[in-house]
Design a binder for this molecule. Structure first.
Ligand code: PMP
Length: 416
């Protein structure tokens, strides 16, 4: 009898049978408040009627219009629509299926355009599990250990992790930018560097927003040295942080935007966007794949954009995110085990710290488990697994935020 590989590690024991809005229902009919959103994917909630309708219609029309063979209308329409939400001029798109694939596509593009091999990544970043993306991932050894040799050309610079260093954001930013200059002057020469690759909020690495001044400083260095700035918006894009893109907070314009997760409400779809002048330098045929830009996924993405716009989900993300943040701070105020609460929009986290300042994964894991038992689904993150994150769907309302906070308070109390 066949069985699922034990290589799959799950955050909860829930056997999901059906999803509706912010709730998942298991096979026993129990309701779970889903503050994981499938790792930040179902921004429009589970099975949003408009997404369901668009996907069902497309399934009956054309499922697989293989894009290196034929073109299809949903792909053309989605490209036009994404042009409306992408930064001006960053409007030439290519599609894949997953975040990792899109990260690798952006590396291919950057290497083609610049003729340089190196990609500078920032310590704690997560960019995926495929072999190229894993080489660029420094969020934990579990993503890298035992699978080498990894792709050469990844150069690591510090990310301004203010809480970890025990510094202010200004001090951490100054340090990280100075060290970036030092890396370029020592281990990763400018003339060998194709791109900087950065998450606007460190995701798997611990939910640490990049200070605006940091992203601005990286942009300035990219301009100065002729290095491309690739922003990995796989987790932060599509309204997650309370702006459409995570980099919007810093007011910068990237050279390449990577998007996935929230793009298609759960259908596998990812994309890279760059100015046409850059894309034109990629070798024709250098990007592609069997399933990229699937017609059903594109139809779902179009409906996702409609829902985000019509239901003002970016604004809701900012408002509900602020409410969640404030509530998490109140819980933390009663529990010294929670050393830090941080996040942007509906990407919020609580970091557990022991009295000696070391990461407290034990309490974090207990709180996470207690929340699951209470019917609140959450995820952990951070290299030590001591950060509990909340990523609810962008459709979440105030009552649901308050319900989650009540359950969270109970979970933390029982864990501490
Ligand atoms: N980049 C970021 C910032 C991510 O959060 C993730 C997934 N958690 C990835 C890339 C990889 O995406 P995927 O799992 O779809 O390959």
């Amino acid at each position: 009898m066949a069985q699922l590989s034990p290589a799959l590690k799950q955050a909860t024991p829930v056997l999901a049978q059906r999803g509706e809005g912010v709730y998942l229902y298991d096979e026993a009919g129990r309701r779970h408040l889903d503050f994981t959103a499938g790792i930040g994917v179902t921004g429009t909630g589970h099975c949003h009627p408009r997404v369901v309708e668009a996907a069902q219609r497309q399934v009956g029309t054309l499922i697989h219009g293989q894009y290196t063979t034929v073109m299809h209308r949903p792909l053309l329409d989605l490209t036009e629509r994404l042009g409306e939400v992408l930064p001006e001029g960053v409007d030439s798109l290519f599609y894949m299926n997953s975040g990792s694939e899109a990260v690798e596509a952006s590396v291919r593009l950057a290497r083609h355009v610049t003729g340089r091999p190196n990609i500078v990544v920032f310590h704690g970043g997560f960019h995926g599990r495929t072999m190229g993306a894993a080489a660029l991932t420094t969020a934990g050894t579990k993503f890298r250990a035992g699978i080498g040799p990894l792709m050469p050309g990844a150069v690591v610079a510090p990310f301004p992790q203010a809480y970890r260093y025990g510094w202010s954001e200004e001090e951490a930013t100054r340090f990280a930018l100075r060290e970036l200059d030092y890396v370029l002057a020592t281990t990763g020469p400018v003339q060998d560097t194709a791109a900087f690759l950065v998450e606007p909020v460190l995701g798997e690495g611990g939910y640490i927003p990049a200070p605006d001044a940091f992203l601005q400083g990286v942009r300035e260095r990219a301009d100065r040295h002729g290095i491309l700035l690739i922003v990995d918006e796989v987790q932060t894009g599509f309204g997650r942080t309370g702006r459409f893109w995570g980099h919007d907070h810093a007011g910068i314009v990237p050279d390449v935007v990577i998007t996935a997760k929230g793009l298609a409400s759960g259908f596998p779809l990812s994309a890279i966007a760059a100015p046409a002048a850059l894309m034109e330098q990629a070798w024709p045929g250098s990007q592609g794949g069997t399933y990229g830009g699937n017609a059903v996924a594109c139809a779902a993405a179009l409906a996702t954009l409609d829902v985000i716009q019509d239901e003002r989900l970016v604004e809701n993300s900012a408002e509900m995110g602020a409410r969640l943040h404030e509530g998490l701070r109140k819980v933390a105020a009663d529990h010294p085990e929670v050393g830090d609460v941080r996040g942007l929009g509906l990407m919020q986290a609580s970091e557990f710290t022991a009295p000696d300042g070391e990461p407290d994964a034990g309490t974090a894991q207990r709180a996470h488990r207690a929340a699951t038992e209470l019917g609140l689904l959450l995820l952990t993150c951070g290299a030590a697994g001591n950060v509990v994150r909340m990523i609810p769907p962008l459709i979440v309302d105030g009552a649901q935020i308050d319900e989650a906070l009540t359950l969270w308070s109970e979970a933390v109390t029982s864990a501490c």
